[in-house]
Design a protein around this ligand. Structure first.
Ligand code: KG4
Ligand code: ZN
Length: 377
């Protein structure tokens, strides 16, 4: 994986990600399906060209993270405005790096939910405009299904069924991927998502935004056994998660330390908090594989790039003879290549959306509204 980064005048980071060496892209075959994919659900504007679901010809991410850092979180209005500014440039770069024009594309895919409504609308409107202008089919993709599909890109042998732990800023789900595009949710969070807990605790201990990567880094130098934070187990739903008790316990510790005039050891708190989160995520996922009888386990979403989670999951999977799949960290966080991977399997099933496609900010996983239209199939 080769990542080229360039910080633009407005602070936005423009990234081009290439799988392997940047050699000339081989010409496609007649029956290849080449998809232009667009993602804009949160604070990354992204475009990618993906062939046959697993071959990424180009992968462009324009990250606004630096613009939101000063506010301590994503400001939806700023995100939408920046998406509008950056979208065309990302698409142009994605096509040009793939050495293709819109004529060579078979379909346009876009994240239509869940996410910030104003942010989603930018991608959705762009995709609809390209579909209308070119007459190419339009495919709406569920953002979390995209995250799960990121696993297909580097693991060419991975095929359903398998168990997937999805942990992002807004979601914590344990799912069985029964087939392409078919999901059975077996566990989910009762309160905060895993990434949300990372972000809130990071803010409380003064590490700032974005919390996940900062806690990950600080934890490497801290003692994970310095504090014992609680790990919630929900009696009637053994695969569900709850992180709010853990978060409150960290906040209580911080307040107590302040009142007693003690110095807060950020690194020890970060390491102990991360250990508590990671142990719950790993134990639930391994238990699900064993009880449901699957020997393949994948992880997905921004928190899947956490080094502590990757390490412990690998160790436990080895012990239990489970094959462990995880995308490279840059494919765990938001990108459009994963949307192109998910869209390919929808395209093969004949899924086509109409130009009445809308952004759905709270779109549930596995409950997509599938639309068909007659054009360009
Ligand atoms: O999947 P993602 O990029 O966006 C959403 O769909 O939400 O996930 C973002 C979340 C944030 O909460 C961020 O703090 C967390 O993923 N995250 C991490 C790490 N990198 C990103 N959490 C823990 N460790 C990391 N290394
Ligand atoms: Zn995401």
């Amino acid at each position: 994986m080769e990542i080229n980064k360039n910080v633009e005048d407005d602070g936005v980071i423009f990234m081009s990600i290439k799988e392997g060496k940047s050699e000339e892209i081989a010409k496609g075959k007649e029956d290849d399906v080449t998809i232009l994919a667009i993602e804009s659900s949160c604070d990354e504007t992204a475009a990618a060209v993906v062939r046959n679901g697993r071959e990424v010809l180009s992968n462009i991410i324009s990250s606004q993270i630096a613009l939101h850092t000063i506010y301590g979180g994503v400001v939806p209005e700023i995100a939408s405005r920046k998406h509008v500014e950056k979208m065309n440039g990302c698409i142009r770069a994605a096509l040009s790096e793939a050495n293709l024009s819109l004529d060579d594309i078979d379909a346009i895919a876009v994240t239509y939910g869940p996410g910030l409504v104003g942010a989603l609308l930018v991608g959705v409107s762009e995709a609809k405009a390209i579909s209308f202008a070119t007459g190419k089919p339009l495919i709406g993709v569920h953002h979390i299904e995209g995250h799960i599909s990121a696993n297909f890109i580097e693991n060419k042998d991975l095929e359903p069924p398998f168990v997937c732990l999805v942990v992002s800023g807004g979601h914590s789900h344990l799912v069985v991927v029964k087939d392409y595009g078919e999901y059975e949710i077996i566990g989910q969070t009762r309160d905060d998502a895993a990434g949300e807990a990372f972000d809130k605790v990071a803010r409380a201990i003064g590490l700032g935004y974005p919390g996940g990567p900062k806690i990950d880094k600080a934890a490497k130098e801290g003692n994970p056994d310095a504090f014992t934070f609680p790990k919630a187990q929900i009696a009637d739903a053994e695969y569900d998660f709850s992180f709010s008790g853990l978060k409150s316990s960290v906040l209580n510790y911080i307040n107590q330390a302040k009142m007693q005039g003690q110095e807060l050891d950020q690194k020890d708190v970060a390491a102990s908090f991360q250990k508590a989160v990671v142990e719950v995520l790993v134990s639930h996922a391994i238990k699900a594989c064993k009880e449901y009888g699957y020997d393949k386990l994948a992880i997905a979403g921004g928190v899947a790039s956490n080094s502590g989670l990757r390490e412990l999951m690998e160790k436990e999977c080895q012990k239990e003879n489970i094959r462990f799949y995880r995308p490279s960290p840059v494919l765990c966080t938001d990108n459009a290549a994963m949307i192109g991977a998910a869209a390919y399997y929808e395209y093969q099933k004949g899924v086509r959306f109409g130009l009445d496609m809308n952004a759905v900010p709270n779109l549930p996983l596995g409950d997509r509204e599938r639309r068909f239209h007659g054009r360009g199939n």
